[in-house]
Design a protein around this ligand. Sequence first.
Ligand SMILES: [Zn+2]
Ligand SMILES: [Zn+2]
Length: 347
Amino acid sequence: MLALQKTAAAPGLELREVTAPPVPGPGEVLLAIEATGVCGTDVHIAHWTPGYESMQQAMPVTIGHETCGRVESLGAGVDPALHGRRVTVRPSVLCHSCAACLGGDPDNCTGRRGVGIGRNGAFAPQLLVPAENCVMVPDALDAEIAALTEPMTVCREAVDTAALKPGARVLVLGPGTIGQGIALFAEAAGAGEVVVLGRDDASRLAQLDALGFPQTADTLGRTLAEALVPWLDKGRFDVIFEATGAPSVVPEALSVLAKRGRLVIVGIHPAPAQVDLTALVRNHQQILGSYRAPVETWPEVLGWLEANAERARGMISHRLPLAAALDAVEIAGAKQASKVMVLQGGA
Ligand SMILES: [Zn+2]
Ligand SMILES: [Zn+2]
């Protein structure tokens, strides 16, 4: 079968013929993949930016982790109700043998492997995964919407972490899929105002406008505070979400955050950020990190996607077949794109 693989510890990806996965073992299912989204992680893997060195142990490895597929066959011990069902996949596969797993604390598993990073992923017609990583998708939901579940759980976790109060004034830094999803969940959580900033980001800011977030600005050629003048006239922001991964943005964000405000960091930063801690203390501000969502969040996000499918569809800017997966990753790395979907036969 055709698969998009990382084959060497260097920039690049290969779309190549590989052997199909074996028959599912105990506790495993084989999925016929219908839709897989291109994540920023896939772009980083393609560019071979630092932080993914551990992938070398798994190479050649098929990438792709934001996926929806139909359960084609089951291994021993798997609930027969899964057969033929459409599922999405929690990408973090537990080892079940480390001290944390054996001690009943799987969240701290030290041997976890990510689907599409440390084990084969979903830019292929078939994917073998543990049944425990599958989350059932409502029948009415399209594969491409269900494939948004994983990034949307990251967004939902960020908004939960912020614990924002109804009426809160919210600023989202970064207009990509994560920024878009955060804007949607912040609105659902009762934010009074949601402003989104980009940098040289006309396409994605237009996409946000179409999603129902007209309050946007571009920081190209000016500081964050300069771009925010129309809103700062009314005061600083109660909650700011950092989804750019640019370390220089962090001190700028703190300067426009209200007293007792919360800055939630979602972006992966290539270098440390400089923070004026005395100003942080005097302003009683809080910086919070947010990453993988707990298991319980998945069905909640699927419920939100089912109720808001057409709005969620507005996050997808490009659709390509698996044969064009290399183009899909390249397009996803450009600022003109929002979510790029690789769609397959059964979709
Ligand atoms: Zn992702
Ligand atoms: Zn473990």
